[in-house]
Each structure stands twice: as C-alpha cells, then as structure tokens.
Design a protein around this ligand. Structure first.
Ligand code: FNR
Length: 379
C-alpha cells in the first residue's frame, strides 16, 4: 500500500508481516520462547491511565524538543568524558537493531537519512549491516548518533572498534543483557543465508541443529564474563559518555548511578532475551517509586513496547529522559528512508495530541501527577 495510507506504527507492522522476506520477518518480529515479556512490554503501557487536566489553554505551540546527556548531568564526575548535549527534536530515538539490510538495501543508512531529516537520533548496533563510519557518513556530520556496544571476548577488537568511530557518535550504549542470547524460536525456524555477515563484529550466519537463528549466531562473540569492573575498563577505552543498556532491576539502576556512568536504559531487549522478565515500564515505575534520587544522578531511558505517542509520554511522566523504539524502525524501512521519516511524523503527531490532551505544552511539565498511579501499582 502507498506510504501515505499508513497512519500508525501498527500499520507498518501489518504491512511488514505481509511483505518482508520470511527470514527478515522472523528475525525482527521474534522474541524469546513464549514471547510473554514481548507482549507485556506493550500491555503494561495500556494498564496505566492518564490523569488529564482540562481548561488550560492549549492554543499555543507544543515543544517536544529535548536534550540528553547534558553537560550538567556529568557534574564533573569524570573529567575525561566529552559531554555532548545531544539535542533531539522529540524525546525518542531509534533503538539499536542488528542487520537492517535484511529489509531494505539501504539498511541502517536509510534509517540514518530518515532520522536526520527529522532531527531524531539513531543508535547504531555493533551488529549493523554497515560500518558506523559509512552510516554516519550518509548525513551531515552535525547530526548526532549513539553507538550500541557489545563487548567482544577479544577485548582488542573492542578497543579497535571504539577508536574507529567518527565524531558524530556522541555516546556508547553498552548492552549488558546478552551474556547469552535468548531462544528465539521464530528466528530459529527459518534458515539463514550463510553469506550474511556483520562488518563491525565479523559475525557470520550459520544453520545448525538448533535452527537458523541470526540472533543466536550474531551474539557468539559477546563476552559472557562482562562485569561491573569492566565498566572501569571501558571508561579508559573511550572519552564518550557511557550508558548501560539492559537494566531490569532497581538495584542495578542504583549500582549504575553509584558506578558513575552517565545513563541507563531500562530494557529487556524487546523481550528477546529472558522471557518473563518484567515489562520495562514496570521497572521504570518501581524505580520512580522507590529510588527517585537515581533520576538526578544519570539519564534514565527506557525501551520496549513503545508504539504510540501516549506510550512515550507515560515513560516521560515517570522520569525517563527519552525512550528507544526498536521494531517499528525496521518495519518502516521497507519504504526506505521515506518510511522512516513518515513513522517519525506519526509518532510526533501522536505525542503532540497526547500532550495537549493531558494539558501540557512543554515536556518539562510532564510528571507523575498526570498518571493514575494508585490503580497501576496493584498487579
Ligand atoms: C534488537 N535489539 C538489540 N539491542 C542491542 O543492544 N543490540 C542489538 O544488536 C540489537 N538487535 C536487535 C535486533 C532486532 C531485530 C530487534 C527487534 C531488537 C533490542 C533493541 O535495541 C531494543 O531494546 C528493543 O527492540 C526495544 O523493544 P521494541 O521497541 O522493539 O518493542
């Protein structure tokens, strides 16, 4: 169907389910074992009600620009960190995802073009289908990117990768929830093209007796020994701010704040790794209720299940600085960069509508007073 007939992120998913190759659909849509966490990520957003306020004069413009990783947040913790002040036209970014070329020849470069046109930040995966320099090189050097790092068992390979980054990369999101890859059965059931390879990690697709999962094979090089001490090692390897991606407990978010990293992504990897991990929004809610001090010490982000402007707004009301969006940025790519730009417009429109209808015109006004938390905490 023509792009202009798609009006929600769900529409992109429906079209992708019918038009992508069997392997691309299996790889992108799959989640671990019974997909409980994957479903719950989205459903948890639907269980929290807004507390909208009325009669507040919503005639003026709405401001949804935001800045992440602000200089101020660093508070002189780490003198050797380049704090970048990444400005974003909306409080969401494209979450890192492997192998975007399975959908469209332009792969991550198509995503980059669509995102740059709309002032949205893209996080490049270590398992991207193109090297970071090529992806960043498709757009203006002023447009900021994030980089998602899987630490290699061969640490010298990681050191070399970190040194190869163009200036457009402003922060490292180190993924810590992949000590071993989850069992993704949809992905296992469809054989892989064994010529597929990721240039930055050198992982190659294979089919074996477990199946043909790209997700499992692309994770083979990741160091399962990664631990808290390694964050100090990483600090020495890069001047970029460090964000820990994949935290699923209040305790680990607190430890991140104590360790002095610049941010944390509350994420269960889109339900792709440990099934029956809690939905991301539930963990954010627990952090908000029990350790509100953490939000002042580092940037808290969330990903998993964001499909609507209302989802973005709920996470922001609970203190998230921004949210990551995963699968929708792959499902839209069968329309190339125009699909990416169109999805961004849809999400921005939805967010603007949600902001006006709860009674705020600027993201700085978002807060828990706009959510009915009494109801939500039960269950
Ligand atoms: C991912 N994700 C991911 N995360 C990461 O840290 N490194 C990676 O290489 C990948 N690769 C990847 C591939 C695909 C196909 C998907 C769908 C996801 C996880 C991703 O960054 C994010 O955490 C989730 O996708 C968020 O959930 P939603 O928005 O897809 O529900």
């Amino acid at each position: 169907p023509p792009l202009e007939t798609l009006i929600s992120s769900h529409d992109f998913e429906t079209v992708a389910s019918k038009t992508l190759s069997a392997k691309a659909w299996a790889f992108y849509s799959s989640a671990a074992t019974d997909c409980v966490t994957h479903r719950a990520n989205k459903e948890y957003f639907d269980r929290i009600w807004f507390r909208p306020r009325v009669l507040r004069n919503m005639a003026g413009p709405v401001n949804m620009r935001t800045t992440i990783l602000e200089e101020r947040k660093c508070r002189g913790k780490q003198e050797d960190v380049d704090m970048p002040d990444v400005s974003m036209s909306a409080p969401f970014f494209c979450a890192p995802a492997a192998m975007a070329r399975l959908v469209h020849d332009s792969g991550e470069m198509g995503i980059a073009k669509g995102c740059a046109e709309k002032g949205v930040v893209q996080c490049i995966s270590t398992n991207a289908s193109f090297p970071a320099s090529e992806i960043c090189g498709t757009v203006s050097p002023d447009h900021p990117f994030l980089f998602q790092l899987y630490v290699n068992k061969d640490r010298s390979a990681t050191s070399k990768l970190l040194k190869s980054f163009p200036k457009s990369i402003k922060a490292i999101l180190v993924t810590v929830d992949a000590a071993t890859p989850g069992k993704r059965e949809a992905d296992e059931r469809v054989r892989s093209d064994e010529s597929l390879m990721t240039p930055m990690s050198g992982a190659r697709a294979v089919n074996d007796k477990k199946g043909g999962a790209l997700g499992r094979i692309m994770g083979n090089y990741i160091d399962p020994g990664l631990n808290w001490e390694d964050l100090k090692w990483l600090r020495k390897e890069t001047r970029l701010p460090i964000v820990v991606k994949g935290v699923m407990s209040v305790e680990d978010a607190v430890m991140c704040a104590e360790t002095g990293v610049e941010g944390v992504v509350i994420s269960n990897h889109g339900g792709r790794n440990l099934d029956t991990s809690p939905p991301s929004l539930r963990v954010l809610l627990q952090l908000h209720l029990t350790r509100p001090d953490v939000f002042g010490k580092l940037d808290v982000y969330l990903d998993g299940g964001i499909r609507r402007g209302t989802d973005v707004l709920k996470a922001l009301c609970l203190g998230a600085k921004a949210v990551g969006i995963g699968r929708p940025f792959l499902y839209n790519l069968n329309y190339g960069s125009e699909g990416v730009a169109h999805l961004i417009d849809i999400l921005k429109d939805e967010l603007e509508v949600a902001m006006k209808l709860i009674g705020i015109t600027d993201l700085s006004q978002a807060g828990p007073q706009y959510l009915d938390l009494g109801e939500s905490i039960r269950g």
